[in-house]
Design a protein around this ligand. Structure first.
Ligand code: NAD
Ligand code: UDP
Length: 329
């Protein structure tokens, strides 16, 4: 298939481009590089040995997006482009609503105009809000704790309405859990701007000595060791999930969790990182981070039974690959 990947220079998008190309698809990337670097496109080409057509374009700019659609004949769109920092979304809510909602609306409008009928959307486990884990696709969504999460829930709603109104259209909402790890080459990985918000890039930067110590946000949660539990998934497993999802699209709306179904606590992740990589990660326990929930993990059964997709890599693989990427920087 000829696939448009918006946000394809970013963390999940770049790994997905590699998997798509290795599965025989042709990839065109649209990214405004607001949270990524153009060199990542070269690295995708280096890993795959294939050319990637790249456009430095903002997906909120309808005439520019239209211009690219008029030059290509896309079979499907995977829409990753968006802002993703929870904390920043609280201080800059309008930027988040503008970028994430408008970007999605523009890409949908143009896809309708050009008759591109397959649309895969990057959603997030955050749409489940304060539900109890494991999260199942059929759960009633609860309000997200921050504007970022709200943009994901609103985009889901927009896409549901669009697919209802346009027969023959296929939309797949993929709700990701916590992607970590990197491509085994160590050439691409997560490259956060400034001080990382997420746990894994913070751990690797502490291990490398770029940051002094990890702050563990609370050890008084009702979990086995008191620290927060998440469902970490290797970014290459997540990338594979996109390949399968786009290849197996059906008419109408589909929703899948992409997680492992297993929870890991902050302390467990730190311990495995230290053991596998033979390096210490100094840490201190601090207050809980506002908006965090105790536990978040997937019921991953639907993606397995309907798509035949299952995450394969272990936490040991994830920490090894994250550390390899950090060391290469
Ligand atoms: P990322 O920031 O690495 O990638 C997003 C890419 O989109 C970046 O390259 C950025 O430059 C680009 N972008 C942003 N706004 C744009 C715009 N208006 N026009 C063109 N390009 C734009 O983030 P990621 O971790 O790869 O996440 C990809 C998607 O998955 C996002 O929509 C994110 O919300 C969603 N998601 C991520 C996670 C996670 O933990 N990483 C979890 C759930 C969902
Ligand atoms: N966390 C932490 N210290 C950090 C960053 C995160 O203790 O510097 C914890 C956080 O409280 C949560 C887990 O690590 O329990 C995963 O957080 P992350 O921000 O990576 O993902 P999210 O919770 O937003 O899904």
């Amino acid at each position: 298939m000829n696939i448009l990947v918006t946000g394809g220079a970013g963390y999940i998008g770049s790994h997905t481009c590699v998997s798509l190309i290795e599965s025989g698809h042709t990839v065109t990337v649209m990214d405004n590089l607001c949270n990524s670097k153009v060199e990542t496109i070269d690295k995708i080409e280096l890993i795959t040995g294939k050319k990637v057509t790249f456009y430095n374009i903002d997906v909120t700019n309808e005439s520019e997006v239209d211009r690219i659609f008029s030059k290509h004949d896309f079979d499907a769109i995977i829409h990753f482009a968006g802002l993703k920092s929870v904390g920043e979304s609280v201080s800059k809510p309008l930027d988040y609503y503008y970028n994430n909602l408008l970007g999605t609306i523009v890409v949908c409008r143009v896809s309708l105009k050009y008759g591109v009928k397959r649309f895969v959307f990057s959603s997030s486990a955050t749409v489940y809000g304060d539900n109890e884990s494991p999260f199942v696709e059929t759960m009633k969504l609860l309000p997200a704790a921050n504007p970022y999460g709200e943009t994901k829930a609103m985009c889901e709603r927009i896409l549901m309405d669009m697919v209802k109104a346009n027969s023959g259209y296929s939309v797949t909402l993929l709700r990701y859990f916590n992607p970590i790890g990197a491509h085994e080459s160590g050439l691409i990985g997560e490259l956060p701007n400034g001080i990382p918000n997420n746990l894994m890039p913070y751990i690797t930067q502490v291990a490398k000595g770029k940051l002094e110590k990890l702050k563990i946000f609370g050890n008084d949660y009702p979990t086995a060791d008191g620290t927060g539990v998440r469902d970490y998934i290797h970014v290459m497993d997540l990338a594979e999930g996109h390949v399968v999802a786009v290849e197996k699209m059906k008419d109408g709306l589909q929703i899948y969790n992409l997680g492992t179904g297993k929870g890991t606590s902050v302390l467990q992740l730190v311990n495995v990182f230290e053991e596998v990589n033979g390096i210490r990660v100094p840490y201190e326990i601090t207050d809980r981070r506002p908006g965090d929930i105790a536990e978040c993990y997937a019921d991953a059964g639907k993606a397995e039974s309907e798509l035949g997709w299952k995450a394969r890599q272990t936490i040991r693989d994830m920490v090894r690959d994250s550390w390899r990427f950090e060391q290469n920087l």
